[in-house]
Design a protein around this ligand. Structure first.
Ligand code: PNS
Length: 170
């Protein structure tokens, strides 16, 4: 049984994330998509909302025989991975600029949990420039993000933005 954890903030999930999940499905029997609970960050969507969005979108993708679950976690990633009996941590790498930070994390995680391998995967080049941060910025400034996130995410972003505008106006 090859079980991997795919950790991240997923605020929100993008088509780049989904591409990594689908590639991971070819390597693992189960992938737990794990949303970090980080009290130090002020996210656009709450952890619960991000998990709900992820659960809805992963239902729609082709995942072959791979079992996909979505959970949230707090604390050390390697500890959480060990509790879930995972053998691997999956991380997506886009440009070389991601590499330094990812290498640091992978080596620290290997030191903390030598039994868990980090597996780096490259999303399709069409998604190599997408990040959740850019999606939020472009969308909130009225830019077109169609094709970069699942349609349901675009709808959720629109709803959140309209709510914030109404709040701001009242
Ligand atoms: O999507 P992100 O924000 O790049 O994901 C970062 C994440 C969740 C993988 C990283 O912050 C993490 O693993 N946090 C858990 C705390 C931890 O284990 N820190 C030490 C990492 S070496």
């Amino acid at each position: 049984m090859r079980r991997a954890i795919y950790p991240g903030s997923f605020d929100p999930v993008t088509n780049g994330h989904l591409d990594i999940i689908q590639r991971g499905c070819k390597l693992f029997d189960e992938i737990i998509i794990a949303v970090l609970i980080n009290p130090e960050k002020t996210p656009f969507f709450s952890v619960e909302e991000r998990c709900d969005i992820l659960r809805a979108v992963v239902k729609e993708i082709d995942h072959g025989e791979c079992v996909l679950t979505v959970e949230s976690f707090a604390g050390l990633l390697v500890q959480y991975a060990a509790e879930r009996n995972a053998n691997a941590i999956v991380r997506g790498i886009r440009a070389i600029s991601d590499y330094e930070y990812e290498l640091q994390m992978a080596l620290m995680n290997r030191r903390l949990g030598p039994g868990i391998e980090t597996v780096f995967m490259m999303a399709h080049e069409a998604y190599s420039f997408i990040s959740s941060r850019l999606i939020k910025e472009v969308f909130s400034l009225g830019g077109n993000i169609t094709g970069l996130v699942p349609p349901s995410v675009e709808i959720r972003l629109q709803a959140r933005l309209s709510r914030n505008k109404i709040k701001g106006a009242s």
